[in-house]
Design a protein around this ligand. Structure first.
Ligand code: ADP
Length: 221
């Protein structure tokens, strides 16, 4: 991917943002942000708190509308879809991971993973891959922060999305969980997924094909 609009040869364009702009009153959260992510690519977004990372991720997920510019997912302009069309596209094509896993408190692991769709078979594959096999009958409050984050990653991957959007997926985790989350991200991308990850974790940055920094809503190459 590049700001100029090329992705590595052989990779298919999954996500493209074109001159996205968003302001909240006088605060410019995003200023002409254009980027692309292809299949089998990981793009990392760095930037201090308040630089616009969450605004960008939420806009790509179709949860926030831009003031100007466009988001295209698999060639479809989100602004051309109805709200239910955007919801459908998001649930089919996007997986999202947040820094706090945002699990449903009364559901055991497998039910949490399947809350947004997917098959039990795929959920169980991810439970094993992410080292959660001996925790499957636990509710979130019985899990460590690292285990909760691994459940959050499994929930994002269970529908086999084309695009993974992640906001600090490996922040403040124990070493074992960090390694499992990184391995999960790496496998997703190696199998052809497209990932856009907001993070400052040097281990994730090392895995990235491209690293960009947002500064006051402006994307720096
Ligand atoms: P980051 O994720 O990098 O911390 P954000 O995208 O959350 O940055 O925020 C970018 C800027 O937009 C910040 O100045 C923030 O205060 C502002 N902002 C974000 N959401 C809102 C909102 N709903 N209302 C007003 N200002 C907002």
């Amino acid at each position: 991917m590049s700001e100029e609009g090329t992705i590595a040869a052989g990779n298919k364009l999954v996500l493209s943002t074109k001159a996205l702009c968003k302001s909240y009153g006088d605060v410019v959260a995003l200023d002409q942000v254009s980027l692309e992510v292809g299949s089998g690519e990981m793009v990392v977004l760095c930037g201090p708190s308040g630089s616009g990372k969450s605004t960008l991720l939420f806009m790509i997920a179709g949860l926030l509308s831009p003031d100007g510019g466009a988001v295209e997912l698999s060639g479809q302009d989100l602004s051309h879809l109805s709200s239910s069309g955007r919801t459908g596209l998001r649930s089919r094509e996007i997986g999202m991971v947040f820094q706090d896993a945002r699990l449903l408190p009364y559901l055991e692991i497998e039910a949490n993973i399947l809350a947004g769709g997917g098959t039990a078979e795929r959920a169980n594959e991810l439970i094993e891959e992410l080292g959660l096999g001996d925790r499957r009958s636990h509710v979130p409050k019985k899990l460590s922060a690292g285990e909760q984050q691994r459940v959050g990653l499994a929930r994002a991957l269970v529908t086999n999305p084309k695009l993974l959007l992640a906001d600090e997926p490996s922040g403040n985790l124990d070493q074992g969980s960090t390694e499992l989350v990184l391995a999960g991200l790496k496998k997703f991308v190696a199998e052809g997924g497209a990932a856009l990850v907001a993070t400052h974790d040097p281990e994730v940055i090392k895995m990235a094909d491209w690293v960009f920094t947002l500064e006051k809503g402006i994307l720096q190459g």
